[in-house]
Design a protein around this ligand. Sequence first.
Ligand SMILES: NC(=O)c1ccc[n+]([C@@H]2O[C@H](COP(=O)([O-])OP(=O)(O)OC[C@H]3O[C@@H](n4cnc5c(N)ncnc54)[C@H](OP(=O)(O)O)[C@@H]3O)[C@@H](O)[C@H]2O)c1
Length: 394
Amino acid sequence: MATRPILSGLLRANIPRLNAVSLTNTTTTTLPISNRLTFSFSTPHTKTRTMATSTTLPETMRTLLQASRTSTEVISTTHPVPTPSHPDDVLVRVHAAAPCAGELLWAINFPESVPPGKVMVPCQDLAGSVITAPRDSGFAPGDRVYCRIDAGRAGAAREYALPRASELAKIPASLGWVEGAATPLSALTAWQALFDQGTLDAKGIKGDAAARERNGKIRVLVTGAGGGVGGWVVQLAARAGAKAVVAVCGTDKEEAVRKLGATEVVDYTKTSLEGWVAADPASHEVDLVVEMVGGKTLTGCWSAVKEGGAMVCINSPPESGKPEGMKKELAKALFFIVKPLGSNLAEISELIEAGHVRPTVDSVWEFEDFKKAFARVESGHAKGKVIIKLSDEA
Ligand SMILES: NC(=O)c1ccc[n+]([C@@H]2O[C@H](COP(=O)([O-])OP(=O)(O)OC[C@H]3O[C@@H](n4cnc5c(N)ncnc54)[C@H](OP(=O)(O)O)[C@@H]3O)[C@@H](O)[C@H]2O)c1
């Protein structure tokens, strides 16, 4: 069988110099690409080839694959370890990966976000360690990193993945692989929903007095508050000094969302949003809605938001749920898709490091149990992120 020296692949990628690490003594060094390295990787699950004088990787790796663009079936297979082909590609040994609710329908529902050439590896969130990184990327072999990989490229449900340097951030020391993989997509989506698309000012998080004063006038309501994204919206809105954080969730999530910072809870299994608002409109209406459930919940949000308020949706476009005949006008009503920005993730890392926010993990699954992991995500009732282990270190 052919060997897979990683440096030769990177040469093809026209990357002039690499950061490299000797895994045998864990000393990090920067070497010109012409230098020969001696280290090898081994995992209990992959075939490993050790070359005498140059870097070696396993030839193949365990990989999950969506059976086709029109199927939601996920299968387990083996693939060659990927080779960097873009100047910003970082080769990462994946330790844990996370599926996202609804991702197996992206190619059907949002075909423009899944290019025809995409290798259909699911799970765009990963936590892992850098094997090779472009010089000056800010990352070096051995770095513990996490990220969300853009949905247009192969995901992270495989032992080696290729995020771009712009997508990566270093994992806070206080997080393990599982919690690391639970963070990127959910935290990034919440951050961008509140601060980039929504009306809260991120500077409030760092204590900026003017921002906190502005945020202090904004009542925020979040649906799906007990889930992956919702838990982050609750924490970040509370941390930024919002006037109130109204969490819409099921009965068994109430205690958890209050601990994250929710000031009011609407149990959707006991009351509709319309009924809750009607009970006391003056004190219940909100200035900003972050909506991620769709259907009747989205429609209820139109009752909850104030005239001239803002509605940021990540499940369905806001207008698709507006009650017929409703005349309410909003200053903002939008649907957006998260951007996989390592720079945003680095800000979130700081907050985690300071102990202000944490990811929530619903469950952790062995690689072999991937079907159960996807079933849990697609149940729509996860209490945080569902994680699939890609190594025994996770
Ligand atoms: N546009 C984007 O860029 C983007 C990014 C990330 C995620 N998303 C989408 O956002 C949605 C949420 O993602 P996620 O990862 O947070 O999912 P998740 O972890 O599965 O959480 C979903 C949550 O929704 C709750 N829920 C179900 N029905 C509800 C209702 N009627 N009212 C209030 N809460 C309800 C569930 O809690 P209970 O058990 O209490 O029902 C669950 O905790 C998904 O549709 C996902 O595809 C979009």
